[in-house]
Design a protein around this ligand. Structure first.
Ligand code: SME
Length: 167
């Protein structure tokens, strides 16, 4: 279980209901970050880094202020984005190049957000203040969350005809 307030699969359902394809992208991402931040237990940060064509830039999030820019291939976020794969880090001190935005973070999971046309949109990054917070089951639940997120992002992008037009 990834949460003590919502069961894992219920978070994806709640996100589906919460995010409206008629609203601006920044609105949907902000509410998504907020819902995940309050629904997941034992985490200290949860949010998005968005790919601007060159690097990862800080997007909507819950938690303490964080690093604003991460080069592609750097840190857990930049590596997950560059390699387009989920990275689950049991102990961040053992991940070479981990970027410590909040020294309280001990474990982390980063899921890439890849659009259906293959473009990298960004990553969902979740940090926890204890080691080994994220299980394989959590990874599966969060993969479902990402599927819902990408579905909404695609719908919004179709309406605005530009996925980067945030407002
Ligand atoms: N730890 C991340 C940086 C982002 S913060 O955790 C919010 C990384 O190594 O990419």
């Amino acid at each position: 279980m990834i949460s003590n307030t919502l069961e894992g699969a219920a978070i994806a359902d709640a996100l589906y209901d919460l995010l409206q394809s008629t609203e601006p992208l920044i609105t949907a991402l902000s509410n998504a970050a907020a819902l995940l931040y309050v629904s997941l237990d034992r985490i200290n940060w949860c949010g998005f880094y968005l790919f601007d064509g060159e690097k990862m830039v800080l997007g909507p999030f819950g938690g303490k202020p964080a690093c604003t820019m991460i080069p592609l291939g750097k840190g857990v976020c930049g590596t997950a984005a560059a390699e387009r794969r989920i990275i689950r880090v049991a102990d961040v001190s053992e991940f070479p190049g981990h970027i410590a935005c909040d020294p309280a973070s001990r474990s982390e999971i980063v899921l890439p957000l890849i659009l259906s046309d293959g473009r990298l949109f960004g990553v969902l990054d979740i940090d926890a203040p204890m080691k080994d917070r994220f299980s394989e089951a959590d990874e599966r639940d969060l993969t479902d969350v990402v599927v819902v997120l990408l579905g909404k992002i695609e719908l919004i992008a179709k309406r605005t005809e530009d996925v980067w037009r945030m407002l």
